[in-house]
Design a protein around this ligand. Structure first.
Ligand SMILES: [Zn+2]
Length: 69
């Protein structure tokens, strides 16, 4: 398999707060994508963070759930 750069335009959010590259089907992390999230602006980075956080919460992260409302 040729080396995939995991271009940001190929990255899609998948279950579990993960991100997948549609070119190579790999699960990628923020440091694997090109260009770097840091270079792409705060908005995209926030989307990435929110998706991760949501997935972590849904998959039962070891955080104490508080009953709020
Ligand atoms: Zn890829």
């Amino acid at each position: 398999m040729p080396t995939c750069v995991h271009h940001i335009s190929w990255i899609v959010p998948v279950e579990g707060g993960l991100h997948q590259c549609i070119q190579c089907q790999q699960i990628v992390s923020r440091k694997d994508v090109y260009p770097k999230l840091e270079d792409l602006g705060e908005e995209l980075r926030r989307c990435w963070d929110e998706h991760e956080a949501r997935g972590a919460a849904a998959s039962g992260a070891p955080t104490q759930a508080k009953s709020g409302g």
